[in-house]
Design a binder for this molecule. Sequence first.
Ligand SMILES: [Zn+2]
Length: 446
Amino acid sequence: MKKRVSLLPAIAALLMASIAGADTATLILTNASLIDGNGGPILSDATIEVSRHKISNVYVGSFDTSVDAGTQVIDLNGAFLMPGLWNNHSHLADLLPDPKNTLENESSIDATIRAGRNAMDALRTGFTSLRVVGESEYIDVAWRNAFDAGVFVGPQIYASGPPIAAVGGHGTEMNGPHVEEASTVEEIRAAVLEHVGNGVDLVKIMVDELSTEQIEAAIKTAHANNIKIVGHAAEPGASIAVSLGIDGIEHGYGLTDETIRLMVAKNTFYDPTVVCNLSAEYIRDRERHVDLAGYQSTDSARAGRVLVAYADERTPEFAERQRKILSKAIDAGVQIISGSDSNPIDEIGILEIEQLVHSGATEMEALQAATRNSAAMMGVLDRVGTIEVGKTADMIVLQKSPLQNISNLRSVSAVIRNGHAVQLITNEGRADFWSLYFLDEQTGSD
Ligand SMILES: [Zn+2]
């Protein structure tokens, strides 16, 4: 938390003061270095107008200073403005590792509270949208509804409820999100319909445990009900699911060249969850990168993210294989999206985007994975994902260019969610997520 305070310049305070509670006001951000999310070069001296919750004007060139009363103009002084980030493989309440055995000793109410805290922390780091791919008891739907209604200020949640798995399959033996088990085609169909009835935006199936008929039934039922469907998948299940028209592949362990070609042809999105595929060497390498970028992490963030990385440590061969698969997928033109799997999303979600670059993506490809491609995957690119007229004003302001160094995503000085500036400074006395769930008190930063 200390890090954020020190990076917070006056513009966040200005933004806060200018648009707090003023739904009808127009906000004009001038002198922005605009990364609009469409992949083009940075547009310097850009002006972005926000009216109510939407981006109402975007132009480049000198700004006419005569404005209506009630319009607030803020000079960004060349700071970088880009679309708000997405984390596409979120489990709001999960803990991996779980050194304090929290998961087995808590009620779902406790888990729900942690889930909301995680989501709200993520928003302050710049994640204006979270796609959730597996949550017990529709905790994600509850938080989505609470954020949508304005009960709390949070990111836009795309909820999936419990993952759908085979009886006794992945997740049924773990302490993570409870899964819904289905053993027949009929039960799969019923499970998807139950999710639809509970208001999900997408479903996630555990592809590798299901029969081809079950995968097909799940995809058809989801699409017939206008929701997206993604699959936790390794080969050969991934290939089957892609050929049957699944919208996205999560993890994609061992994806073959043939499946990668098929994903391009079928416009299947790929969420490589790089943080789940790191060898010890990659973990050390990653820490060096963050150090080199010059961002001072708190002791607890540093200790915590290393702890999280080692919980999923892979052999060098496994890590190398997945890294090659990601490079091949990028080169082939598969649409990559960014999703961290592990928590807390504020730190691990940023690491995931950094990791895309350390695995061969360009900075622009990584930024688009976390913005435009994510919105396209969920079918909401007409509403969010880029900075264009008519879209929801979900944007972040960075002091340094993320195209120069992806770790400059850590230089966030303002987050605008739905046209409102988010309060970045947290209340004094609040425990950090790491000390709450991961670290002994001695290791914590305060
Ligand atoms: Zn997961």
